[in-house]
Design a binder for this molecule. Structure first.
Ligand SMILES: Nc1ncnc2c1ncn2[C@@H]1O[C@H](COP(=O)(O)OP(=O)(O)O)[C@@H](O)[C@H]1O
Ligand SMILES: [Mg+2]
Length: 366
């Protein structure tokens, strides 16, 4: 169904297999017009494959994709719209420019593909280059430009035909960290000015959080969680998501008379938690404070301390475990010092342990 309120992109039950290998499985999401979705996950989790399915560079084994309300791929119906008819722009990790052709010729390519006359092409190429701050560089060669400039050329090429949807595949991963931060800002501003809908693939959570309205955390060909950055940080759906986002320390805990104990230690984290004998608990770095060590409560040894302008970044190892947590503390701490860890109960996140069913479930199974 197509209407004014259609999502810009809608994906349902999407799957891709190479022979017996399932690369993507049951992937589904919507992106509203003018919003940015980040696909965030480790290398090999299927981000590029998903982007290529949306672009029309791969044919899905299962499921369907709609762009602006129009079906562009449907495995069940055998429907497939080729990439050039999907009306989208793409920016790749390796820029994919012709190094020895002029910047203007590189940027003009999508317009040529669409049969736009030469005079109009020139004006639109100039406008696109102006937008990315390369107005004076139309006759240069990408081979003579820096990585950041080349990526701006690729950006200009992605927007020159005024697509409504732009796909980015790790566009900044070949740039050095400072330039990367500046370019994240530039891409965000460009996307907002042009009102673009964008899907942005990255393995870098800082980039995803800075750019995206919503983030899909991917693992092993599936979406583990899709939410706004603030919601992901406040309420990760699983210990795996919490660990991938580096939100803190995930502790295995077991129920005891004194409250929940950290597995293998005599430290109690207090009451709460699911109705089970064991669980996992996220001690979030952003909500954890250090203070004097208290017997029977979580304690940790300072194993690294680094000053960073807004505080001391401490790496702490929980006593009696090999588990580390990183927090920012206003005060310096000495290496080897034992400190107490304090976290308000409402900031703790509990996860039921799938490996050990609750007492009720296990007695029903017995
Ligand atoms: N043409 C192919 N044939 C077989 N396996 C592939 C092919 N392309 C990618 N893969 C596999 O699919 C998985 C996902 O790859 P990819 O989408 O590139 O991941 P990401 O972009 O997240 O790093 C990887 O395990 C990769 O080895
Ligand atoms: Mg990739």
């Amino acid at each position: 169904m197509s209407s004014d309120t259609s999502p810009a992109v809608s994906v349902r039950g999407l799957g891709l297999s190479y022979g017996p290998a399932r690369i993507l499985d049951e992937v589904g999401f919507d992106v509203a017009p003018g919003k940015v979705l980040a696909l965030l996950g480790p290398s090999g989790c299927g981000k590029t494959t998903l982007l290529q399915l949306i672009a029309g560079l791969l044919v899905p084994s299962a499921g369907r994709i709609e762009i602006l309300g129009a079906p562009v791929a449907d495995a069940a119906l055998g429907r497939f719209v080729p990439p050039e008819a999907r009306g989208l722009g793409m920016v790749f990790q390796d820029y994919a420019l012709w190094p020895h052709m002029s910047v203007a010729a590189n940027v003009a390519f999508p317009l040529e593909m669409r049969g736009v006359p030469a005079s109009e092409r020139r004006a639109r190429v100039a406008a696109a280059l102006e937008r990315v701050g390369l107005g004076a560089m139309a006759e240069r060669r990408p081979s003579d430009m820096s990585g950041g400039q080349q990526q701006r050329v690729a950006l200009a090429r992605a927007i020159v035909a005024e697509p409504q949807l732009v796909l980015f595949d790790e566009p900044l991963s070949n740039l050095d960290p400072e330039l990367r931060e500046a370019m994240v800002g530039e891409i965000g501003a460009l996307v907002a000015q042009l009102g673009l809908t964008a899907i942005y693939v990255t393995h870098d959570r800082t980039e995803a959080f800075a750019l995206a309205d919503e983030v899909a955390v991917m693992r092993g060909g599936r979406i583990a969680q899709l939410a706004a950055p603030e919601a992901l940080t406040a309420a990760p759906a699983s210990p795996e998501v919490a660990e991938f986002l580096n939100l803190g320390c995930v502790l295995p805990v077991r129920r005891a008379a004194e409250g929940w104990m950290i597995e293998g230690t005599s430290m109690s984290v207090g009451p709460g938690g699911p109705a089970a004998d064991t669980a996992r608990l996220l001690l979030p770095g952003r909500a954890t404070l250090v203070g004097p060590a208290v017997e029977g409560r979580p304690r940790a040894e300072v194993i690294r301390s680094r000053f960073r302008g807004d505080g001391h970044v401490l790496t702490l190892r929980l006593c009696g475990t090999a588990l580390d947590i990183q927090i920012t503390s206003p005060r310096r701490a000495a290496l080897g010092e034992i400190v107490g860890l304090f976290c308000p109960p409402q900031d703790l996140r509990w996860f039921a342990d799938p490996a050990t069913p609750s007492p009720a479930a296990s007695s029903a199974a017995a």
